[in-house]
Write a protein that binds this ligand. Sequence first.
Ligand SMILES: [Fe+2]
Length: 234
Amino acid sequence: VAEWKVSPHGAIEKHEDNLWSVPSHLPGRPLPRRMTIARLADGRLVFHDSFAVDDKTLDEIKSWGTPAIQWVTSGGHRLEVAAFKDKLGTKTLCPAESLKKVSEKVGVDGHLADFPADPNVTLETLDGVGKTGEAVMIVKSPDGKRFNLVFADAVMNFQKIGGFPGFVFKLLGFGWGPKVVPIWKRISLTDKEKYRAHLKRLAGSPNLTRIVPCHGPVIDQGPADVLRGVADRM
Ligand SMILES: [Fe+2]
């Protein structure tokens, strides 16, 4: 059984009745990460980029819904997925393109086609991201008025950090603010223009309210313009 080892994390952010997230950092590093949770209409919970959380947080999550599925977004996000599955018994799904890397860490039970049908929560494979098959999770608020996009690595939003860690960070090919980072392009992209076009389509989604990135703060000020800018600059 993989060890359930809780790293320091923040309080639950409640974005919608069916969309929560928990901000944290990679263990021992200044890199922010976020676990995002969608609640399906039948009360089951889907975990996107899962990691261990403290008992109080877990209790609150369990009082909201039934942990059922973890979506492992790619082979790059597999640090605590085995512990998560052991602890919560979640069915574990990942993109077929990432099966090899993900299954080195956790038993995989299926892929995108096995994701449950739900009126408000869907996963859409990103165009041009053929190396990892990374998807975007799309969450409509239950009243249908707001539209949220949840990204793993395809759009990051790191905030500037200084000193030596910041210097190393830049060298590694990341950067500051909402963007498609160079290192991710090398690892994931197979067709830049197809990906750019997909981002622009997503930016045009009616009632786009929020972009929830795994890496960095939620973007809720002018998210459509932000996403168009990200697509233009990549
Ligand atoms: Fe990542």
